[in-house]
Design a protein around this ligand. Structure first.
Ligand SMILES: Cc1ncc(COP(=O)(O)O)c(C=O)c1O
Length: 366
């Protein structure tokens, strides 16, 4: 009997699906305890109360299909970025954009370039389309080497994926590196500036990729409502790009890719500056507490510009498993080529304290 894997691209048959952060429900089932989840870079404060109210109000219309064109959301986002609405593509989480770009632009013989320790979906989206994944080593300090990334681009490159800040390291590249990188770019390459953690960054040298959309270069900027806006469960993200590439994405997406609840939540919650301010405050306080505790416990960590931090703990898998037993979910990093690290999302004050006390116990028994 013919097997399904014989009917698909070899790169697809060989794929290992994305391993998400361990869900709270799974830990409840397996260990019978109520864990703290610091594993998926979610907003520990939850969604904006305005978004929640809008979702409740929209519940009675669940019998209706959503607006497949996302007209209102797209126009609102376009106004925020000072572009026309045909520059905006709404997606079921920004990962949908990554998958669609791979599907559109890659096939056997073509390649995508990204950094070692880049966001895990880049390799998956590339393999799913049969493209070659070119992972370029980082430079010291867990930073992207944009010069080497530019050097890895050739006539068969169609995509370059850059997460700035990078997940899982939390590092950024700055304006001079980015600008000289852009100057070296051939015309046939689409640059994906994945800015999922954009709102958390306060470094004055951080480049907002939207300022580099000059109508000639093919830059696709990705943003999401899953992180600072606290709507990961609703799955809404978007891409900003030249109308011709946005049109191609629309050609291949499913017709109702963003739910009515997602659209309602974004329209109501997007301007809730108080919620954003509170989130930034909780994140900054939590990050400085965690950094202080890492120093005290002699744990090496990478200084992060986002809402998570990469900590070197020895055997990352063991530490992940031991922390689980103590009711804290973090993310082991073996899948990212960092087996000695775990990635910890900044939580609420009590959650951070629970993590630190559990981590101290686990490391004491190493
Ligand atoms: C760098 C990066 N890009 C994209 C995403 C995807 O976010 P979403 O699909 O929830 O919008 C994530 C999520 O963790 C991320 O870390």
């Amino acid at each position: 009997m013919i097997k399904a894997e014989d009917l698909v691209l070899p790169s697809v048959a060989a794929l290992k699906p994305y391993e998400p952060g361990k869900p709270i429900e799974e830990v409840q089932r397996e260990l019978g305890l109520e864990p703290v989840k610091l594993a998926s870079n979610e907003n520990p404060l939850g969604p904006s109360p305005k978004a929640l109210a809008a979702v409740r109000a929209a519940l009675n219309e669940l019998n209706r299909y959503p607006d497949g064109s996302c007209w209102a959301v797209r126009h609102k986002i376009a106004a925020r970025h000072n572009v026309s609405a045909d520059h905006i593509f709404m997606a079921s989480g920004s990962v949908e954009v990554l998958n669609l770009l791979g599907f559109l632009l890659l096939r056997p013989g073509l390649n995508a370039v990204f950094s070692e320790h880049g966001f895990a979906i880049y390799a998956l989206a590339t393999a799913a389309a049969g493209g070659e994944a070119r992972a370029v080593p980082m430079k010291a300090g867990y930073r992207f080497d944009l010069e080497r990334i530019a050097g890895a681009i050739d006539g068969n490159t169609r995509l370059v994926f850059l997460d700035n800040p990078n997940n899982p390291c939390g590092t950024i590249y700055r304006r001079p590196e980015w600008e000289s990188f852009l100057e070296q770019l051939p015309e046939h390459v689409v640059i994906v500036a994945d800015e999922a953690y954009f709102e958390f960054v306060h470094d004055p040298g951080y480049p907002d990729s939207l300022r580099y959309h000059d109508g000639k270069r093919l830059i696709v900027t990705m943003r999401t409502f899953s992180k600072i806006f606290g709507l990961a469960g609703l799955r809404v993200g978007y891409a900003v790009g030249r109308p011709d590439i946005i049109q191609m994405l629309n050609n291949v997406r499913q017709p109702f890719n963003v739910t009515s609840l997602g659209q309602a939540a974004v329209i109501a919650g997007m301007d809730d500056e108080e919620h954003v301010r509170n989130t930034l405050r909780v994140n900054a306080e939590g990050m400085s507490y965690l950094e202080g505790e890492f120093v005290r416990l002699r744990i090496a960590y990478v200084h992060s510009h986002a809402n998570f931090v990469l900590a070197e703990v020895g055997d990352g898998r063991r530490v992940f498993e031991e922390l689980l037993k103590l009711g804290v979910i973090v993310r082991p990093m073996g899948g990212y080529g960092l087996p000695r690290h775990v990635r910890i999302t900044v939580g609420l004050e009590a959650e951070n304290r629970q993590l630190v006390s559990a981590l101290a116990k686990v490391l004491a028994t190493a």
